[in-house]
Write a protein that binds this ligand. Structure first.
Ligand SMILES: Nc1ncnc2c1ncn2[C@@H]1O[C@H](COP(=O)(O)OP(=O)(O)OP(=O)(O)O)[C@@H](O)[C@H]1O
Length: 317
């Protein structure tokens, strides 16, 4: 998903992460929600933050957006501390809020034109700001509704508008907290295309949260799983799944008896099995853990306080 297009315009010297989080802590009253969160997001990456309800995903995102003050730890976003960064920094960061339904009598076009005007002052030769309103309306699928009152839009249409508002300033880094909640399947697919387009063509770095693991798998270059106050897994869907279940499980029936064998290399094993037993082999299954299996096993393991990697047998139960 990462391309070189646009990456020159991104914050800091080459190689410096656009988001860097070290030992992030957040305490609400007596409750420690984040106890030491560490991760980076690199220029042009799409990173998905996963975790159970209440794990602290929104808290983390809001700290990175500069909307919430952390209790401890180091945070750099586009080279600055979001707790102290100014307007010029904010103009480079895209945030999708859900407040635009308050402007019920405005039209999407008027709202985007109005907000876009703010970003003109932050335009640079490498990154002209804002996006052109007609292009943006088309990109988020709101052309037909551009001149209707916002109060008359459906929930999904308003959510598209929220996304348009979040990116009107052509951000280098975009935060999306459960962006597709309430989307119908078509809107969801359109949104995925938009994320790919922003990432591939604009070099936009994106950090998003979702509870939809298929969405995470489709969008993310890398996933972070937040549980028990810290990041318990960090890698591509494939890498995470391998970490949980390096072995595949081969199951088959022969002469009415059921067999199971765990192997690192399923293909040669199956080949040998057929060489040995030919047509006696029935009901052959090769099973690897899915991302959902992996996620559930990892979260359950860390939440139970047992910090070890679960096995495939545990994962497939
Ligand atoms: N302002 C606040 N004051 C006190 N507790 C809070 C506050 N905001 C969040 N919390 C608590 O912190 C924990 C983490 O909340 P947060 O919204 O960050 O989780 P989340 O991972 O985004 O959850 P979800 O998946 O349900 O959206 C929760 O237990 C929540 O009740």
């Amino acid at each position: 998903m990462s391309t070189e297009i646009g990456s020159q315009a991104l914050g800091g010297p080459t190689g410096e992460p656009v988001v860097s989080v070290r030992g992030l802590q957040m305490t609400y009253g007596p409750r420690d929600v984040l106890t030491g969160v560490d991760f980076d997001v690199h220029a042009g990456e799409v990173v998905c933050l996963l975790g159970p309800n209440g794990a602290g995903k929104t808290t983390t995102i809001e700290i990175l957006e500069g909307f919430r003050l952390r209790s401890g730890g180091e945070v750099r976003v586009l080279g600055e501390d979001p707790a102290q960064a100014g307007d010029a920094w904010r103009a480079r960061v895209g945030v999708v809020l859900q407040s635009w339904r308050d402007h019920a009598r405005w039209t999407p076009r008027r709202l985007l034109e109005q907000l876009g005007g703010y970003f003109v002052a932050y335009s640079t030769p490498e990154r002209t700001r804002p996006y052109e309103v007609d292009w943006l309306l088309d990109t988020v699928g709101l052309v037909e509704h551009a001149d209707r009152k916002i109060g008359q839009l459906s929930g999904g249409q308003r959510r598209r508008l929220d996304v348009a508002v979040g990116i009107i300033g052509r951000p280098e880094l975009l935060f999306l907290d459960e962006p597709t909640a309430g989307f119908d399947p078509q809107a969801r697919r359109d949104f995925h295309d938009l994320v790919h387009r922003l990432s591939d063509l604009e070099g936009t770095s994106i950090l998003l949260t979702t509870h939809d693991l298929a969405e995470a798998e489709r969008l993310a270059d890398r996933m972070l799983i937040l549980a028990d106050g810290h990041i318990v897994a960090n890698g591509s869907a494939e890498a995470l799944t391998r970490q949980v279940a390096g072995n595949a499980e081969v199951r088959w029936t022969r002469k009415g008896e059921r067999f199971v064998h765990a192997t690192e290399d399923a293909t040669p094993f199956v080949r040998r099995l057929f060489e040995q037993h030919g047509e006696e082999i029935e009901d052959l299954e090769v099973r690897r853990a899915s991302l959902e299996d992996t996620y559930i096993a990892m979260v359950a393991t860390f939440e139970s306080g047992a910090r070890r990697t679960p096995t495939l047998a545990e994962v497939s139960r």
